[in-house]
Every structure is written in C-alpha cells, then in structure tokens.
Design a protein around this ligand. Structure first.
Ligand code: SF4
Ligand code: SF4
Length: 183
C-alpha cells in the first residue's frame, strides 16, 4: 500500500517567485480562471487559451487566462498579500492539474515545492503526498479546468494557446505535441 506523506507549507515563497514555465519554444504563466483575472493588474494579464477559427476572428473566445510575471506582485513582506482571495491554482499548489495520456485532467504534484521535497526524502518512492486542500479547490477548481480542457479538445482544430515567450497565439495541437499527447 502506498504510504501517505503529510506535509505543511513552510512559506518559503519559492512557488510565488518562479511562476513562469518554459518548455522548448513555449512559456506559460500562472494559470487563471476567467473569474480570477481581476486579482491582478490588467497590464499583467494575458490570455492563455482560446477557441475560434483564428485569434483574429471577431467570434474568437478566450476561455482561460495567465499572469505574465515570474515573481508574483502579491508576494510581499514574506507572505501572500491576498492569501484569502488567492487564485485556485495557488490554493491547490503543490497539487497541479495536468492532462493525462488519456486526455483527462488529473491532479499531480510539483516536486519542486520545498516542503514536499524535504518530506519525500524520508519516504519510499511510491508514497503519495497528502494536503489539506480546501473543499472549494477539490469541488470547483479541477472540474473548471476539466471543462476548459474538454472545450479545447472538442474544438481541437480551432483551439489556441497564447505563448508568453513570443506574445503570439499557437495552435493548441502544438502544445499537446510538446507534451507527447495525441487528441
Ligand atoms: S497570489 Fe499569493 S500564493 Fe499566489 S503566487 Fe501570488 S503571492 Fe503566491
Ligand atoms: S514552495 Fe511549497 S513550501 Fe514553499 S511556499 Fe510554496 S507551497 Fe509552501
């Protein structure tokens, strides 16, 4: 049986100071649901995913957003200045949603979290971390990410991702390809 690892955030701030993820030609920022864009200044918000024949189409619809900075502007004086209102991804972290090989959204964990990494050293390789994730995250965030992903996959030929590295939209298929996923 896999052994659970209970761990506690030590507020090191690492996760709030390395928000950008670079993978080959693509850069992603802190993922935000549409209802979360107002948590950051407008100048720091970029689209993340959209659906439409072309991003220039009048009917093109942005369905998810991202924050463009590597260091979160809300991390100050050794803490999160909007802890009670922080985005769902921050509530969930170090658990993060990913698209599995079966093209489903699953919960995995980020081993670069300092607290988690330190705890894992003392446990067998197949142990599973346990976090007191909020009910809100469990009940609302993952289904919301799953709904966005389903929409992208249903419209895979008209789905797009906004690359922070180039400031341009790229076909969602390219992102799937980079993750070795086939729709
Ligand atoms: S909103 Fe708060 S928890 Fe989220 S990255 Fe910013 S400082 Fe960190
Ligand atoms: S990296 Fe992990 S331990 Fe550090 S602040 Fe983020 S969640 Fe907490």
């Amino acid at each position: 049986m896999r052994e659970p690892i209970i761990y506690y955030c030590i507020n090191c701030g690492v996760c709030c100071n390395r928000l950008l993820i670079d993978r080959q030609e693509v850069r992603k920022g802190l993922p935000l649901l549409p209802g979360e864009v107002e948590l950051f200044r407008k100048a720091n918000i970029r689209p993340a995913y959209g659906v439409g024949a072309s991003p220039k189409d009048p009917g093109f619809e942005v369905i998810a957003y991202q924050m463009r900075l590597n260091t979160c502007p809300h991390r100050r004086f050794g803490g999160c200045m909007m802890h009670a209102y922080r985005p769902s991804i921050c509530r969930s972290y170090p658990f993060v949603p990913v698209i599995s090989q079966g093209l489903r959204v699953v919960k995995t964990f980020d081993m670069t979290c300092t607290a988690l990494k330190d705890r894992m050293i003392d446990y067998p390789e197949d142990s599973v971390p346990v976090q007191a994730a909020s009910v809100e995250v469990e009940n609302a965030y993952y289904p919301a990410v799953a709904a966005i992903t389903e929409r992208l996959l249903e419209n895979v030929d008209d789905a797009w991702f906004y690359n922070l590295k180039t400031g341009r939209w790229v076909p969602f298929r390219r992102l799937l390809q980079l993750n070795k996923l086939k729709p």
